[in-house]
Design a protein around this ligand. Structure first.
Ligand SMILES: [Zn+2]
Length: 273
């Protein structure tokens, strides 16, 4: 929600990102969704099959643009995956599945279409494209990251964004889970060759390790600020938001309040307040 990320601040959104990932930007920009939702078209070079991650909002024009982007590349969409169930990522999934005749796989059964589920630890092979599924709860309980080892890239949904920071959507999202997920991504960047972040919103990040370090530092700073605010007598989530998030666009305060509730819950669980 605030601050600058390492990487190229002028990086564009949409288009070819890595040899296996192409972004179609949805027309739903806002304070929460940045430039709009990034819908990802993934395919192994030379294969005629593609995977779509996060069809985005229910916007007929956008869904057709995703299908056209696949057709222009000589690809047939074989599968649709969701990083999580928030409507700006998942609302268009049922219509997209209807248009493409594909199933929709997601961690949360409520967002699936077809018999196949999705969970961390699974490895998918679509026309030779390897997609490793990594459980990264915290933004929401159902948040997944998709790892493309051949590109050294991860699709992080809303767990890591291309600009600013994200929210912990309490009570579904939990701060403890979120910190564990950031540490998991840190290990992947430090030890498993992940260099590039393909986020759910905002530009591609080419320094994955720097971005995750920034997120971890930001969360630690905010947590310390919330703890200090509580010690100073600010008690309700709204009071803490006004104190701690004074530097943040007020349009983001409702989201900040959910993050503050997540932080207060974390501090209480750990006996810190
Ligand atoms: Zn989300």
């Amino acid at each position: 929600m605030s601050g600058l990320l390492p990487g190229d601040p002028a990086a564009s959104v949409g288009g070819e990102a890595t040899p296996r990932a192409f972004c179609v930007l949805a027309p739903n920009p806002s304070a929460m969704t940045l430039d709009g939702t990034n819908t990802w078209l993934l395919s192994e070079p030379g294969s005629d099959l593609a995977v779509v991650v996060d069809p985005g909002p229910l916007d007929e024009g956008h869904l057709h643009r995703v299908i056209e982007a696949a057709e222009q590349r000589g690809k047939r969409i074989a599968l649709t995956l969701l990083t999580h169930g928030h409507p700006d990522h998942a609302e268009g999934a049922a219509r997209f599945a209807e248009l493409t005749g594909t199933g929709v796989r997601a961690l949360d059964p409520a967002h699936r279409l077809g018999s196949e589920g999705l969970r961390g630890g699974q490895v998918l092979d679509v026309g030779g494209l390897e997609v490793r599924v990594v459980g990264t709860p915290g933004h929401t309980a159902d948040s997944l990251t998709f790892h493309l080892p051949a590109d050294g890239a991860v699709l992080t949904g809303d767990t890591v964004l291309g600009r600013g920071t994200t929210m912990v959507a309490y009570p579904d999202g939990k701060l403890g889970d979120y910190l564990d997920s950031l540490r998991r991504l840190h290990t992947m960047a430090a030890e498993r060759g992940v260099r590039t972040i393909l986020p759910g919103h905002g530009p591609v990040l080419v320094d994955a390790l720097g971005a995750v370090d920034y997120y971890l530092a930001h969360r630690a700073n905010r947590l310390a600020q919330v703890e200090t605010a509580v010690e100073a007598g600010f008690r309700t989530p709204a009071e803490v938001v006004a104190r701690v998030y004074a530097d943040v666009d007020r349009a983001l305060w409702p989201a900040a309040e959910l993050s503050v509730r997540a932080q207060l819950g974390y501090l209480e669980d750990h006996g810190l307040i």
